[in-house]
Write a protein that binds this ligand. Structure first.
Ligand code: NDP
Length: 252
């Protein structure tokens, strides 16, 4: 039910953090993983690590905010791997500032990297997934898909929008046997949140206090949900947003 042998998966931002955690899960279940990000030194290191799990991983450079680059990524994946079955829209960024200090360029940077990217990648993936008889798209949202914080006026809208994009794509493509779901991670220890810890006073203590599990999530915590949503185990699951958050979103 969870076997991904013979499947090809693109993981955007798969060279570190949550993306690499999910890529490990997919490769461990037998998928051939395409690590799609900008920094090719980091991507090569991720590929070396994934090779130990099997499945002949490879790296393809992409800027997910650039339409031509995204289309080239999907074309190159199909040319080199023969098919595309799984897309994880994980690449993301944040600019932490009060709304009144935000420039339009910063707004576009966050929206383009987090939300427009998922539209572009999913649109490009549609034809090869349909040709393969179906597919799985996994969008990485956030607790900011649900909650607001004062210092992320573009990140929150981008992640809220990803949940609605998930529902739109799920309803449009269900007839093509393409399931589209979102994962809403809680606070996970990655480069992104190490930056947040430096910028936001008391964040570390607040996360520990606010998370019922009493700890930060790890890259390893993200592997299981990726395998579930990428495999036949979730064939009747579409349009949902699944928190993986140590209980953060249910604490009253
Ligand atoms: P990281 O900073 O470790 O990873 C971000 C990834 O995105 C990197 O691999 C980076 O690779 C890639 N990326 C960024 N911009 C682009 C771009 N324009 N084109 C291609 N790739 C890009 O952060 P996380 O692992 O923490 O974050 C991964 C996702 O999870 C993000 O969407 C984030 O919003 C989300 N998330 C994280 C949470 C957390 O607590 N850590 C909580 C909730 C959601 P490169 O620089 O090489 O391009």
């Amino acid at each position: 039910m969870f076997d991904l042998k013979g499947k090809v998966a693109i993981v955007t931002g798969g060279n570190g953090g949550i993306g690499l955690g999910m890529a490990r899960g997919l490769a461990g279940a037998g998928a051939r993983v395409v690590v799609a990000a900008r920094n090719q030194t980091k991507s090569a290191a991720a590929v070396r690590e994934l090779e130990k799990l099997g499945g002949q991983p490879l790296a393809i450079a992409v800027d997910v905010a650039d339409e031509a680059s995204v289309n080239a990524l999907v074309r190159s994946t199909v040319d080199r791997c023969g098919r595309l079955d799984i897309l994880v829209n994980n690449a993301g960024t944040n600019v932490r500032k009060q709304p009144q200090d935000y420039t339009l360029a910063e707004w576009h940077q966050v929206l383009d990297t987090n939300l427009t990217s998922a539209f572009l990648c999913s649109r490009a993936a549609f034809a090869p997934m349909k040709a393969a008889g179906g597919g799985k798209i996994i969008n990485i949202g956030s607790m900011m898909s649900i909650f607001g914080v004062s210092f992320s006026p573009a990140y929150g809208p981008s992640k809220g929008g990803l949940v609605q994009l998930t529902k739109s794509l799920a309803t449009a493509w269900a007839k093509d046997n393409i399931q589209v779901n979102a994962v809403l991670p809680g606070w996970i220890d990655t480069e992104l949140t190490q930056g947040a810890r430096r910028q936001v006073p008391d964040l570390h203590e607040n996360v520990l206090r606010r998370t019922p599990a009493g700890r930060w999530g790890t890259m390893e915590d993200m592997a299981g949900v990726a395998v579930f949503l990428a495999s036949a185990a979730s064939d009747f699951v579409t349009g949902t947003a699944i928190p993986v958050d140590g209980g953060y979103s249910v604490l009253g």
